[in-house]
Design a protein around this ligand. Sequence first.
Ligand code: HEM
Length: 384
Amino acid sequence: MNEKVVDDWDPRSDVIAHDQAAAYDDMRRRCPVAHSEYLHLSLFCHEDVMRVLNDPETFSSAVSSYLSVPNGMDPPEHTQYRSIIEPYFSPQRMTVFEPVCREIAISLVKGLSRCSEVELNAQFAQDFATQIQCAFLGWPKDLHAPLLQWIRKNHEATLTGDKIALDRVALEFDTHIRGLLAHRRQAGNDAPDDITSSLARDRIGNRLLHDDEIVSILRNWTVGELGTIAACVGILAHYVAEHPEVQQLLREQGSLLPGAIDEILRIRAPLIANRRVTTKPVEFGGRVVPIGQRITLIWASANRDETVFGDPDGFRLDRDPASNLLYGAGIHACPGAPLARLELRIAMEELLAHTNWIALVADRPPANAVYPAAGFAALPLWIE
Ligand code: HEM
């Protein structure tokens, strides 16, 4: 691939912005390995995405000029940092966090008026994601509003690809987090016993983690949490409103929620894509791909690939969970998945428990979110 390659598609066109899922379905069928200046070489098929995930030596994650722990790292460095991160999402930590998570969900659901139209994003999903994130990490409540603004600005800067704006947004986040770390260091033994303090005590080899490593870890958790959890809650609530039979089933059999949540989010992706770069020449679908080629894995398409899932929109609870790429696969598979699954189960349990029914609003369709966001930009729903 070189500068003269003609673009196969425009990821920022109005057609794609209007309905990302439909547009990616179309690409997967028409041009499953597609070049564009903006997203480089995009892979739309499950098989091609799996090939990349299973071969981190050929497909490196070192795609960004920013330090990105552990997302932008390759082994052996990646392995070391993963071993620091994974224990924060252990079953024990999840058990301790569950009641905190439930309390937040209950208080937000109780704040929704009954027998009325609500804007689920603004009145529930975003607040749920932000409050949960701050509670999990031990961050103060006055960070809720700046965090919400930050994630919006981060999406805008990513969409335009404006390097100066991206630098500014990264710096803004760093400033907040460095403030929290400085506060904890000054407090010494009186520092709150939370995850942020614990990261400040974590060691890599024989040294403490540097501040820029901690900031990067927390930035990636924040993007994972705020960017996707709010989108997931919107997608799930909208799906059950649009599919009364699924809503009825989940109201009657709450134990089906975990599998149903993963399946709904397979059908309607909360995270569109992630990136890689080749470390040697390869071939995809007859296309010769040179070393140094940037690649975009389109989760939102691979997880709807009919060669693996049959009808992409078919809601089925008996699928092989290993084929669902919601949380990725291989060495970079989402370490936050246990937390995400816990939060989404509780959000849905409480939404269903404190309402009699969730329905679409007849004359007010939701507005789809635009890449790199997924889910809905606005989501009016009727709550009884
Ligand atoms: C429903 C919500 C979430 C979804 C759909 C999701 C999805 C994913 C996916 C697909 C990957 C693989 C990326 C790749 O291969 O390049 C990933 C990685 C990652 N996720 Fe999540 N995630 C979610 C929530 C979270 C949460 C709550 C956290 C942390 C609090 C988190 C932290 C991370 C990190 C740090 C990585 C990078 C792992 C690595 O490079 O080794 N994610 N996530």
